[in-house]
Design a protein around this ligand. Structure first.
Ligand SMILES: Nc1nc2c(ncn2[C@@H]2O[C@H](COP(=O)(O)OP(=O)(O)OP(=O)(O)O)[C@@H](O)[C@H]2O)c(=O)[nH]1
Ligand SMILES: [Mg+2]
Length: 312
């Protein structure tokens, strides 16, 4: 079996080499380990440090964002014939010696994806605001996906070849929540293992402020859910409005049948009309969104087959 370790990096000259050296090169069940650094337009010495440490480097001329780098890393690993893919950060926060533990369920064929749990509450170096943000985002992913994820923000993960072939990252910013929601909806088997997580030296490259992260990650989570469950969302909202319209309109209709007049319920009649029209339109939108969803599934199947049959 071949393992590819993907390391997205943006201006990580101080740590990327150490991360590469720390990655175990001999792992039971693995014949070959390849390290792929995805340099995202770094303006420091990240690329030369990564090459010096022996990694293959894929370069973006401009900063494209972490999610796009992750996607390109997965594609490169698949093209190189990886059977197992690990994604890790270049900032030395994760302990690469956890990799054998991480890939074990995949080698044994017991999981498609292995997530890690940093146990954020117990991390002495993580600020309280970040802990709360992490817990909140994890809770939202748990509710939306229906999977009891423990730490949705940890980027240290392992994927089987089949899982990587099936994932399609659409966000440009962060892939962590999107991939979990997709994996659950695509019925992949997910396992979770605890991992160590050190304090970061220097500033975060990804998170400028908790609010901007929350806004962008929130948008990604919402759109991912809508992409996969449009009918449920629109149908629920539309039917709710139509039913409300019927409840309010019942009195208007009864009065009209008895007296032949809408008065004195004209405001209720207007509200009923609005609720019925808007509700009906939302149901129609749901049906259109569901047709688009069917197209997405077809296209994902085509992409899967193209990836599966290319190179190797
Ligand atoms: N390719 C790419 N990688 C990025 C970008 N921003 C951050 N990274 C990398 O993604 C990994 C995680 O980024 P961090 O800045 O450590 O973000 P984080 O770990 O979520 O947050 P911290 O807890 O503050 O470290 C690191 O390896 C970064 O080098 C980016 O724009 N593009
Ligand atoms: Mg980090």
């Amino acid at each position: 079996m071949k393992l590819a370790v993907v390391v997205p990096a943006y201006n990580e000259e101080k740590t990327v080499g150490k991360v590469i050296h720390q990655i175990p090169k001999r792992i039971p069940g693995i014949e070959k380990v390849e390290i792929i650094v995805v340099d995202d337009g770094s303006t420091d010495w990240t690329v030369s440090e990564a090459m010096k440490a022996g990694a293959k480097v894929i370069r973006h001329k401009m900063n494209m964002g972490l999610a796009i780098s992750f996607r390109d890393g997965l594609d490169a690993a698949l093209e190189d014939g990886a059977d197992v893919i690990v994604n890790t950060d270049a900032d030395l926060q994760y302990d690469q010696r956890d990799i054998p533990k991480l890939i074990k369920p995949i080698i044994k064929g017991e999981a498609d994806i292995v997530l890690t749990d940093r146990n954020v509450w117990k991390l002495p170096h993580m600020p309280l605001g970040k802990k709360i943000g992490n817990k909140l985002a994890t809770w939202i992913v748990r509710i939306l996906s229906g999977f009891p994820v423990k730490d949705a923000q940890s980027g240290f993960r392992a994927f089987s070849r089949e899982a990587a072939l099936n994932l399609n990252v659409l966000s440009g910013y962060t892939y962590v929540q999107e991939t979990i929601i997709q994996a659950v909806f695509k019925k992949m088997k997910i396992t979770q293992v605890p991992c160590k997580f050190r304090a970061r030296e220097g500033d975060s490259r990804l998170i400028k402020s908790i609010w901007s992260y929350a806004k962008r990650a929130g948008l990604t989570i919402t759109t991912t859910y809508v992409h996969y469950k449009p009918l449920e969302i629109f149908l629920t909202a539309g039917i709710f409005l139509v039913l409300l319209g019927f409840v309010i309109g019942f009195r208007v209709l009864a009065n009209f049948l008895l007296t032949g007049s809408v008065s004195p319920y004209i405001p209720s009649a207007i509200l009923t009309a609005i609720l019925l029209i808007v509700g009906f339109q939302i149901v129609m939108l749901g049906l259109i969104a569901d047709s688009i969803n069917a197209n997405r599934r077809t296209m994902e199947r085509i992409l899967y087959l193209i990836r599966k049959n290319s190179k190797r």
